[in-house]
Design a protein around this ligand. Structure first.
Ligand code: FE2
Length: 285
């Protein structure tokens, strides 16, 4: 018998690879693999390979994508999260939110976490100001109640807030702003009430000096977000609520760069006061 290796014409090999490679990669997953990881990776490979076939990705486009993701990682630091921003502008953050939070009635709707949370801040007393420096903007009082979805007041809930400065930048984006400015934590009172003093939130642009900015410019998209205050509310026995309240009438409510607006989160801000009540969803038993 001949010992010569079988040779296959290269055109057939390439065609065969294109046909077979997806199944081959998936088959390589070990039988002992965690079932959830298997499901996620199998679906990811299937969709990514399908995407390459669909657009017939060129080698230079593939390399441009590698460079883009590399720059996205390099832009990240303790105070800058370019991957969250990328997820946000591609609508992935809001899609993850949507499939995870099908809220019962009485529970406040969720929205994007965003890239600007900097960890839990010191607790302030009820009604305190969250400013760390004087601002020329008028004072705004924010108040409301935290309740269970069934209406029961939740005492002692942790209410974390963060907000952009009047210049459209967060403290971590501007060295002139004291760290912790317009960020704070509060505990709700016996009746579930909370209150603090701040300044009116403003419309602002997400950072465009990195890869996400390149992407937005390439797609002819603006970077604006409608004015909002971030809230994260936690209480034992309830799902943590990550949300915003948006300012009614903002011209970017219809075109938020990160797709975060939900009608139920739009609040009527008076000149010096806004009131908003939150409902928390009980943890699944
Ligand atoms: Fe924000």
């Amino acid at each position: 018998m001949s010992t010569e290796p079988r040779t296959v014409p290269s055109a057939i090999t390439a065609a065969a690879t294109e046909q077979r490679i997806t199944a081959e990669v998936i088959d390589r997953i070990a039988p002992s693999t965690d079932p959830r990881l298997r499901r996620i990776v199998t679906s990811l490979i299937t969709h990514l390979h399908g995407f390459v076939r669909d657009v017939e990705l060129t080698e230079s486009e593939w390399f441009a994508a590698i460079q883009f993701l590399t720059r996205t990682g390099q832009k990240c630091s303790d105070e800058r999260q370019e991957f969250i921003l990328l997820s946000d502008v591609l609508g992935i953050s809001m899609l993850v939110d949507a499939v995870n939070h099908r809220q019962p009635s009485g529970a406040t709707e969720t929205t994007v976490f965003g890239p600007f949370y900097t960890g839990e801040q010191p607790l302030l007393p009820h009604g305190a100001s969250i400013l760390k420096r004087p601002e020329p903007a008028p004072t705004l009082r924010v108040s409301g109640h935290v309740r269970a979805a069934d209406g029961k007041p939740l005492a002692g809930a942790l209410v974390e807030v963060w907000q952009v400065d009047a210049n459209g930048l967060y403290d971590v984006q501007d060295a002139a702003i004291p760290k912790g400015h317009l960020r704070a934590s509060f505990r709700t009172r016996e009746d579930g009430g909370f209150a603090f003093l701040t300044i009116a939130p403003v419309t602002y642009a997400i950072p465009t000096d990195g890869p996400v900015g390149e992407l937005l410019r390439g797609l002819g998209r603006h970077a604006m977000r409608p004015a909002h205050i971030h809230f994260m509310i936690s209480a034992p026995g309830y799902e943590r609520l990550v949300t915003h309240i948006f300012v009614a009438g903002d011209k970017y409510l219809q075109g938020d760069a990160v797709f975060g607006v939900k009608n139920s989160l739009v609040a009527a801000f008076d000149r010096d006061h806004v009131e908003f009540d939150f409902g928390l969803k009980p943890l699944a038993a």
